[in-house]
Design a protein. Structure first.
Length: 204
């Protein structure tokens, strides 16, 4: 085993970043980066707190994932979920956040680093209502760095190739996982049967 334990050793192994990988990083939303944000219906939100790290999937209708307030500020509604509120708890105690936006069909991803707070102002939440349902809070993010991620990872994974999509019936269901992990106190076949209708009624 050759364990790398210093930045100097890491740089000796990898070298320094190229000019393009540095030039793409700025601290505000350019017109090009705005176009990428507006095209993305999905992002992963990374946060940090006393209990450790969290990475939460965030998805919405096209054009509704985040609202661009200005070139340094974006807002993300906290849509309905499982009420664990891991991300929100972390943000309250440590405002540092990171986002990775994915754009279906595009090789490039967009990354944002910044600081956030949770805002529960009723008027603000109402402005993010969908089908009459408003979020209980909105995550307000001040951008400190924004840059696109080169396409190699997505190209290697063949992520958008429908011929490579996994058949749902080959994967364990949520009901099965819950039943096995809870000694059948929750989950099971009934959970799986009821989930589509339950999700439809609680999507927003």
């Amino acid at each position: 085993m050759v364990k790398i334990e210093s930045v100097e050793a890491l740089e000796a192994l990898y070298g320094l970043p190229g000019e393009a990988s540095l030039a793409k990083e700025i601290n505000s939303i350019s017109p090009e980066y705005r176009a990428m944000i507006e095209a993305s219906p999905f992002a992963a939100l990374a946060t940090s707190g006393p209990e450790g790290l969290d990475c939460s999937p965030r998805g919405d209708r096209h054009g509704h994932l985040v609202h661009i307030v200005d070139d340094r500020t974006i807002m993300m509604p906290d849509r309905r979920g499982n009420n664990r509120t891991d991300s929100l708890k972390n943000i309250i105690r440590d405002p540092r956040v990171a986002l990775m936006f994915l754009i279906p069909g595009s090789g490039n991803a967009l990354r944002v680093n910044g600081r956030a707070y949770v805002d529960a102002d009723p008027t603000l939440c109402e402005s993010f209502a969908v089908d009459g349902q408003k979020p209980r809070s909105v995550i307000v993010i001040t951008i400190e760095a924004i840059y696109f991620q080169c396409a190699r990872a997505i190209v290697r994974s063949d992520l958008w190739n429908v011929e490579r999509h996994v058949a749902p019936d080959t994967m364990p269901t949520a009901g099965l996982i819950l039943a096995r992990l809870s000694d059948n106190t929750v989950g099971g076949a009934e959970y799986d049967r009821e989930w589509p209708e339950r999700a439809k009624k609680s999507m927003w």
